[in-house]
Design a protein around this ligand. Sequence first.
Ligand SMILES: [Zn+2]
Length: 171
Amino acid sequence: MIIPLPCPFDKVFPSQLKKDELFFMQLAYNQAIDAWKEDEVPIGAIIEFKGEVIAADHNRTVQTKDPTAHAEMLVITEAAKAIGDWRLNEARLFVTKEPCPMCSGASIMARLGHVFYATKDPKMGCLGGAFSLQGLPKLNHMLTATGGVYEAECTALLQAFFKGKRIELPM
Ligand SMILES: [Zn+2]
C-alpha cells in the first residue's frame, strides 16, 4: 500500500507587526504546507494589495485535474475578483518557487507590480532562473521580480517532498 508521506514541516506564525517581504512569503510558505497535506506539489502563493492579503492559495493540479491550477494562476484570478479589475498594478505576488512560463506570462498579463519568489528554478523559471520573460523588448508593462526571499525553507520543503514523496507500507 502506498500512502503520501506526512509533511514533516510546521507552519510558521510571523508577527503581524512587521508586514515585510518575509512576512508575506511566510504566509505563502504556509500555503505550500497545505499543498503537501493534500498531496500536491508544495508551492504556495499569496497576493498583497495595500498591505493586506487579498488572495492565498496553493497548487491544485492533482485535485482539479487541471494543468493550469498552479498557485500563482489561482491567486491572480482570486485577486482580480477581490479588486474588481483584471489589472493588478499595485498588487505584489509572493510565491515559494520561481514562476514557470505560464505563471510568469500571467503575471505580466495581469500587470502585477512585483513578484517575489523564494526558490530559483533553473529549469522552468521565467523570471530570471532559466529565462527572463519580463525582459521581452517590446513589453509595455514593466514587471520586476526578486528571488531568494525565505529561500532555504521553501527549497527544503520542495526537496523533501520530491525526495520522499511516498512511503511504502508493508501490506
Ligand atoms: Zn506555474
